[in-house]
Design a protein around this ligand. Structure first.
Ligand SMILES: O=C[C@H](O)COP(=O)(O)O
Length: 253
């Protein structure tokens, strides 16, 4: 059974002093048997890279430009992220899709850029509450995933991490039920089976109000390979407990 991956997405939170305290606590309690990354705001990449040096916890970013360089004021390229030791890049988070109007095609092009730069994209997909209630969850996921397959050959697509994040569960305290999550993860796995050679090797994460109390049940689902954690990743005891839950689901299997 593959190790689970737990990724903390700090979103637009933190400052140098708080980052140091949070990471010292996390580094002091990180269990073995789980892969872990933290995706931090751009200004803190250098600081966090230095703190994480040699720790086994990977550094991640929360967005990237689809372009390699040039007149793109305010944007950050894949090469710049790699320069600071970044290994994972969240792409197409629903907050960027909504607040920055990122289309499926933009998300796909950013994913290509990340893969071209030899980093690992964590591509977020998920439906809104209105879409779920209208019964079009699978169509939405299919559209978001098909946009990736349109620009990525199968062998390259194999290297993405997919994060299923129902928009209605993000930051709301209302996590999807285990049944709801497994149904969608299995749909994603089925899509992968049609597009890549080794669908079971691709990591598929769940994100949306994951808490220490719900982590083990969610990560223990047949198609879950870990989680993308927002709010709870800012609290070291909660994040560590979520990481332990991820490690336990593998040990107990
Ligand atoms: O990237 C993380 C997700 O948006 C989940 O955030 P949350 O755990 O605060 O609901």
């Amino acid at each position: 059974m593959k190790r689970k991956l737990v990724v903390g997405n700090w979103k637009m939170n933190g400052d140098r002093a708080r980052n140091r305290v949070l990471l010292d606590q996390i580094l002091g309690g990180m269990p073995s048997g789980v892969d872990c990354a933290v995706c931090v705001p751009f200004p803190y990449l250098a600081q966090v890279n230095e703190i994480l040096e040699g720790s086994g916890i990977a550094l991640g970013a929360q967005d990237v430009s689809e372009f390699s360089d040039g007149a793109y004021t305010g944007d950050v390229s894949v090469a710049m992220l790699a320069d600071w030791g970044v290994r994972f890049v969240v792409v197409g988070h629903s907050e960027r899709r909504t607040l920055h109007h990122e289309s499926d095609e933009v998300v796909a092009r950013k994913t290509v850029a990340v893969l071209d730069g030899e980093l690992t994209p964590i591509v977020c997909v998920g439906e809104t509450l209105a879409e779920r209630e209208s019964g079009v969850t699978e169509q939405v996921l299919m559209r978001q995933l098909d946009a990736l397959a349109a620009v990525l050959p199968s062998a390259v697509l194999q290297r993405v991490v997919i994060a299923y994040e129902p928009v209605w569960a993000i930051g709301t305290g209302r996590a999807a039920t285990a049944e709801q999550v497994q149904a969608v993860l299995s749909f994603v796995r089925g899509w992968l089976a049609r597009h890549v050679e080794a669908a079971n090797e691709v990591r598929v994460l769940y994100g949306g109000s994951v808490k220490p109390e719900t982590a083990e049940a969610l990560f223990g689902l047949p198609d879950a390979d870990g989680g993308l954690i927002g709010g709870a990743s800012l609290d070291a005891p909660s994040f560590l407990e979520i990481c332990r839950a991820a490690a336990n689901t593998v040990r107990g299997a």
